[in-house]
Design a binder for this molecule. Structure first.
Ligand SMILES: [Zn+2]
Ligand SMILES: [Zn+2]
Length: 280
């Protein structure tokens, strides 16, 4: 089992479990035998661009967030290595603010949930229809962020499938672009487990105890990990790791089952070809 996880949220983002304290997450990680983790809550924006509520902490909540992590770091240092971080989106013009955040924490992860359209409105995966031009922009944003050495991991790189009905030519093309960037700048890609969790256990569905037809139906609704995406990744020299993207009580405890489902989706042949790492 992978003993590290660099993708974890807190109640501050507004859409994670309100009853889970930061320490509650740490306790679940310890129970599962994790040796190194990072809190990477959705980064606050100095310039408010994402106008949605309940998506990220306020800019002035950073101090409380970092204080809390530092306390836990110290308290549990003999059991687990705790890092501080943020999950950020790259947006052109915001580079300085991203680097400012990077300097406050141990690491940033890039979870590119949106891109600008031609009128500088945010197009959000899973919420908006995304054009081919915008898909290409997604890959360009990732390349820019990696080139500037902003994130340490690219998380759910296949999140664009939330807005695509099928893995067509443009999806193929941008997957190759993303792989070229990840290989060139040596940035690991994350197989994200949160969409699987949201479609199963979060809804009370015990995946390994349902009929094959029900399994099929559920797998059809899971946008990422995407089989074709990871098949392309496996042809490159790219580091890969799983990420829980924890938002809820009990989610971390399901790590092994979620990995099993991810592997079922991606397929054994591809999984065997991927270059999994033990640790950042
Ligand atoms: Zn979230
Ligand atoms: Zn996340």
């Amino acid at each position: 089992m992978q003993k590290v996880n660099y993708h974890s949220h807190t109640y501050r983002c507004g859409h994670a479990d309100f009853n889970m304290s930061d320490e509650d997450y740490v306790k679940e990680y310890i129970e599962m035998g994790f040796k190194e983790i990072a809190f990477t809550d959705h980064a606050p924006e100095k310039n408010k661009i994402d106008k949605r509520t309940d998506m990220r902490m306020e800019y002035d909540e950073r101090k409380d967030y970092l204080n809390s992590i530092n306390k836990l770091k110290e308290k549990y240092k003999d059991v687990i290595n705790i890092k501080s971080g943020y999950e950020i989106e790259y947006l052109p013009g915001e580079e300085e603010n991203m680097i400012e955040l990077k300097n406050e924490v141990d690491l940033l992860i890039l979870g590119q949930h949106f891109i600008y359209d031609n009128d500088n409105n945010l197009k959000i995966f899973g919420r908006h229809k995304i054009t081919d031009e915008e898909l290409l922009r997604y890959a360009n944003y990732i390349d820019n962020a990696l080139k500037l050495n902003i994130p340490s991991i690219l998380v759910h790189p296949d999140i664009f499938m939330l807005s695509s009905n099928e893995f067509g030519e443009t999806e193929k093309e941008i997957t190759k672009m993303i792989c070229e960037s990840a290989q060139k700048y040596n940035i690991p890609l994350e197989i994200n487990l949160n969409n699987i969790y949201s479609r199963t256990y979060l809804r009370g569905i015990d995946y390994f105890n349902i009929s094959n037809d029900s399994k099929k139906e559920i797998l059809n609704k899971i946008s990422y990990p995407n089989k074709e995406f990871w098949n392309i990744v496996s042809n490159y020299d790219i580091k890969v790791l799983y990420g829980i993207d924890a938002h809820y009580k009990g989610q971390i405890l399901l790590f092994n089952d979620l990995v099993k489902i991810a592997n079922e989706i991606i397929g054994k042949d591809t999984i065997n070809k991927l270059n999994f790492i033990d640790k950042l």
